[in-house]
Design a protein around this ligand. Structure first.
Ligand code: 5GP
Length: 204
């Protein structure tokens, strides 16, 4: 049987660009990661596809999944449920593939409780000023909304200490490279490879 894959969790404050970095990572060369498609109750946006971007479900359907214990984690974010279906993650890790989650911070902390051996990557804005300009540049929001988002972001940045790695998202391609280096390094950890070498010795 192949060795179990590793579970990577990319998270970070609202507006930092998690989705963009995740998409660029999966579009880049040499990635053998498997993306765990999340489930959500939010409306499908233009261009989004069922089963590719999300599994779009009603609140009722989502709550049934929660009750049946079929979610690894879930959180409510801006009035909608978002969550990670458990079955895909387990099955894919068992097949020996690395699995990649891109989720908000509350969900990430729930994963940490359940899967402490996961590798937790916190995506950070270069600084708060830039985070603010990114949020403002999205358009439409009132200053009060922006200020609220900023205070949430400040709290979330304090959460960084619960993570294994902090990756600065100064440029998307640089952030992607940093994540790839983390993935490669994690596979080189002695505690992950030593059993394989010990077994080789036994077979000599
Ligand atoms: P959006 O609606 O813009 O696609 O996503 C909103 C937020 O939900 C993003 O921060 C994204 O990372 C997060 N998110 C996406 N999927 C999941 C999930 O399965 N679980 C949790 N907890 N958050 C998720």
């Amino acid at each position: 049987m192949s060795e179990r894959g590793l579970l990577f969790i990319l998270s970070g404050p609202s507006g930092v660009g998690k989705g963009t970095v995740r998409k660029a990572l999966f579009e880049s060369e040499g990635t053998e990661l498997k993306y765990s498609v999340s489930m959500t109750t939010r409306q499908k946006r233009q261009g989004e596809q069922e089963g590719v971007d999300y599994f779009f479900r009603t609140r009722e359907e989502f709550e049934e999944k929660i009750a049946a214990g079929e979610m690894l984690e879930y959180a409510e974010y801006v009035g909608n449920y978002y969550g990670t279906p458990l079955d895909y993650v387990n099955k894919t890790l068992d097949e020996g593939y690395d699995v990649f989650l891109e989720i908000e911070v509350l969900g990430a902390m729930k994963v940490k409780e359940k899967v402490p051996e996961g590798i937790f990557i916190f995506l950070t804005p270069p600084d708060l000023a830039e985070l603010k300009s990114r949020i403002v540049n999205r358009g439409t929001d009132e200053m009060a909304v922006i200020d609220k988002r900023m205070s949430v972001a400040r709290e979330e940045i304090e959460m960084m200490s619960h993570y294994d790695y902090a990756v600065v998202n100064d440029q998307v391609d640089k952030a992607v490279e940093r994540i790839k280096h983390i993935i490669e390094s994690e596979h080189c950890r002695v505690d992950r490879v030593v059993e394989r070498y010990k077994n080789m010795l036994k077979e000599l």
